[in-house]
Each structure stands twice: as structure tokens, then as C-alpha cells.
Design a protein around this ligand. Sequence first.
Ligand code: MN
Length: 128
Amino acid sequence: EIKRIWDIMNSYYDRFVRTTNDNHKKQVQKIFKKLYEQGDIYKGEYKGLSRLVATIILDPGCSIGAHVHENEEEIFYIIKGTATYNDNGKTEILNPGDSCICLSGQEHSIANESENETLEIFAVILTY
Ligand code: MN
């Protein structure tokens, strides 16, 4: 789905960059600064529907098993720890500062496979 959106936006993808990468941070800050300066980002109130806005804490060895989101989407942001993330069957390791989205119809799971470090995630589920 993401690749289809990139194609629509006429963007190409030839390398993988973590959101924690310094150059990525600089570029994102530059984009957000420009959006803020031209008035596209402003303080307001979210009026859409959601069913979850929470910080989730997973102790070592704990997980949220694989499940599918239908007619809703979930966004995870890693606050602390290391997450083993299953993104539609593809496993990724997520670190603090990384985020991911599970769109409607997609499957995901998240696990803390660490021996002794707590995993803290900020999660939002938006419904349609
Ligand atoms: Mn979920």
C-alpha cells in the first residue's frame, strides 16, 4: 500500500533509512519548519474518531499477538526499548524514535524479546 502511494506521489525508493538517522531528522525538521512557516501546521483540535490513544508498556518477553485492523489504522511510536515488529509478515527491529503504521486490512504484532529492558510504545488507533 505504501509503495502504491509513493508511486502516486511520483517518489522513488532506493534505500532504507531509519527515522533515528541524523540526516533523516534534519530533513524532516526542515520540511516541518517550512510547513509551519507557511501556515499548514497549526494548533487545533482533532475531531476524528479514535478508539485508542495510549502508552503501552510491554515487559521483557511480552507481546501483542498478530491481529488485523479492519476499518481503522494504528500508529506506533517507540519511546523506549527495542521492538520486534511484524509488519504483514515481514519482521523489523524498531528502536526509540521509530514509528510505523498498520493500515486497514493489514496485520501486525509487536514483541519485546529483550531479556531485561521494558518496551514503551505510544499507540493511536484511528477509526473511519
Ligand atoms: Mn494493532
